[in-house]
Design a protein. Structure first.
Length: 166
């Protein structure tokens, strides 16, 4: 679903329209970190209140929990970066920003128009044999990135006109 804004072309995944993908403020990992801080202290206070008297031990456990939670969140955001929920093609900057949203983080991949070799709809088949159209941006070196779900052939034509590809 395309939204022209000030000469830019903005594609947004309609399934995540209630989430503002461009409004990422960097707080995805805050909740797991706070849970990692609170759980050890709560467990010690419930099962052995005397353990809280040894502040050094509690501090080590809390720091270990934070490190473990942070490592798991980091690993999961690397393994599953999510899917592209927004694409912004900006002719004034000559870049395309792909916003990828995962379970723990959003990241923005900025691609110069010069690196884009093709924009197309490709036919793919799921496990049951049903065909579906997958919108792709192909970069130099044959690297591909999916565009947001709901991108149409008209959107692809508008992107090609915007970046100067036919």
């Amino acid at each position: 679903m395309a939204h022209p804004e000030q000469g830019r072309l903005v594609l947004v995944d309609p399934t995540v329209a209630h989430v503002a993908p461009g409004a990422y403020k960097g707080f995805h990992a805050l909740v797991p970190i706070l849970i990692g801080l609170a759980v050890p202290v709560l467990l010690f206070s419930l099962f052995d209140p005397r353990a809280l008297g040894n502040g050094r031990f509690v501090l080590h456990i809390v720091m270990f929990a934070i490190a473990a939670v942070a490592a798991v969140v980091f690993f999961l955001s690397i393994v599953d970066p999510g899917h592209v929920v927004q694409a912004v093609f900006d002719p004034s900057r000559r870049t395309a920003d792909l916003v990828r949203s995962g379970a723990f983080a959003n990241n923005i991949l900025t691609i110069p128009f010069d690196r884009i070799t093709a924009v197309r709809l490709e036919t793919a088949y799921d496990d049951d044999g049903y065909q579906q159209q997958v919108p792709l941006v192909v970069l130099a070196g044959r690297e591909t990135h999916k565009l947001p779900a709901g991108t149409t052939a008209d959107d692809i034509a508008a992107i090609k006109a915007l970046i100067g590809r036919r």
